[in-house]
Design a protein around this ligand. Structure first.
Ligand code: 57M
Length: 358
């Protein structure tokens, strides 16, 4: 909105020229989303408590018993902050901004239905796994189909460290891109089991993709770094920055001991958006590196379940996802979280190095 209202004034007052710049608007999108979530956070949490949107805690990890009744669905606060900030600072004629909003809201709705069934309808299982998967696939297929009609997009896969090796996935690109988005969404959801764990890693990933997306939309930088140049995509940096800001604001309240959890409405929308950011700048494989923690958490569940079935009831980990394993080994929750954040930053640095290495 500010872009449309204030940038035209630059003809009269040159100071308004600054609204043209993606970098300027991204910084303020981050600050706006951060401020909105911090200002509205306490009232929102009170409201969640009042309407009794509290988390039911399973009994397997005893140290989580004290978290019984912590308000959940804090993802609604993230959604409010991100959407308001993007509508204020984004160029609303840019189609990639709307596609990003579509994915964020689409995945968020799937999560919202799940939370609503669990928290309000007291249906412990929430939305069935099949229902959740179907919702995620429908949103992903819709958006990838649209993307493939836009300039700059093809079915080639860019491989980090090997810039001249770009296999064409052809018909397999669609299932691949859908896997990236649905996988990221479920990866964030599985990771969201300790205070600040999922949101911390999401913030780092979103910041990393803000950079990748900015470079992809900048003709000189993209050519210099030999990555796909996609005209117009740079505007989505504003969206990524809003994710970072809203994430930091949410972390303010979700930091251990958490006042609120994000719920599926938060984890699915954030994960789906990260997956979409990777597809958007054609850095799908980089997501495996930068989102490495989500991958490790998911793999730990796959290994645990597979091994359990193969051996008739033996386990590799004390409990999966792997953060529960460390908890059951007696490591304090805050220590596990901070160590995972350190890993997350290291992974982001490795991912960023792919921009220079070939
Ligand atoms: C959601 N939900 C958290 C909160 C959050 C197949 C199996 C691996 C599935 C998995 C599962 O259900 N995962 C998806 C995980 C839950 O948090 C809520 O859910 C939202 C995210 N979807 O926003 O609303 C609990 O996590 C804790 N929490 C925090 N701080 C936070 O900031 O402490 C969450 C956010 C909250 C709170 O205690 O109640 C969750 O973990 O349930 N299942 C599991 O993860 C279970 N693992 C398991 O059964 N492992 C088995 C097999 C199946 C692999 C095994 O190892 O043998 C664990 N879930 C729980 N306790 N609650 C087991 C231990």
């Amino acid at each position: 909105m500010f872009y449309h209202l204030l940038y035209p004034l630059s003809d009269v007052y040159s100071v308004f020229n600054v609204f043209r710049y993606i970098t300027f608007r991204s910084i303020y999108a981050l600050l706006t989303a951060l401020l909105l979530s911090i200002v509205f956070g306490p009232r929102f949490i009170c409201w969640l408590r009042k309407i009794k949107f509290g988390q039911y805690i399973q009994e397997e990890v005893s140290c989580h018993e004290k978290k019984q009744g912590t308000p959940t669905m804090g993802g609604l606060l993230i959604a409010f902050s991100v959407l308001t900030s993007v509508l204020l600072w984004g160029d609303l004629t840019n189609k990639y901004i709307w596609l990003s909003i579509f994915v964020f809201v689409g995945f968020g709705l799937v999560g919202f239905v799940d939370d609503y069934l669990k928290v309000v309808k007291k249906n412990n299982k929430g939305l069935s796994a099949r229902g959740k998967f179907l919702g995620q696939v429908i949103v992903s297929v819709g958006v990838v189909t649209l993307l493939l009609t836009l300039p700059g997009y093809d079915t080639k896969l860019l491989v980090p460290f090997f810039k001249n090796f770009q296999p064409d996935l052809g018909l397999f690109y669609m299932p691949f891109a859908v896997l990236v988005m649905v996988g990221a969404s479920n990866g964030v959801n599985l990771t969201d089991g300790l205070d600040g764990l999922a949101i911390g890693h999401t913030i780092v990933c979103a910041a990393c993709f803000a950079l990748f997306i900015y470079v992809s939309g900048h003709i000189h930088l993209a050519r210099y770094l030999q990555i796909a140049y996609i005209p117009g995509v740079g505007e989505v940096t504003v969206f990524c920055a809003a994710l970072v800001g809203a994430g930091l604001g949410f972390l303010w309240f979700n930091a251990h001991p958490a006042d609120v959890f994000m719920g599926d409405v938060g984890s699915l929308s954030l994960g789906g958006s990260l997956g979409f950011m990777a597809v958007l700048c054609k850095q799908e494989l980089v997501l495996v590196i930068v989102g490495g923690l989500f991958v490790i958490e998911t793999l730990s569940v796959i290994l645990q379940v597979g091994y359990f079935k193969l051996t008739n009831g033996k386990r590799i980990f004390k409990m999966a996802p792997i953060h529960h394993h460390f908890e059951l080994k007696g490591i304090p929750e805050s220590k596990i979280i901070v160590r995972f954040w350190i890993l997350s930053i290291l992974l982001a640095l490795i991912a960023l190095s792919t921009l220079k290495l070939r």
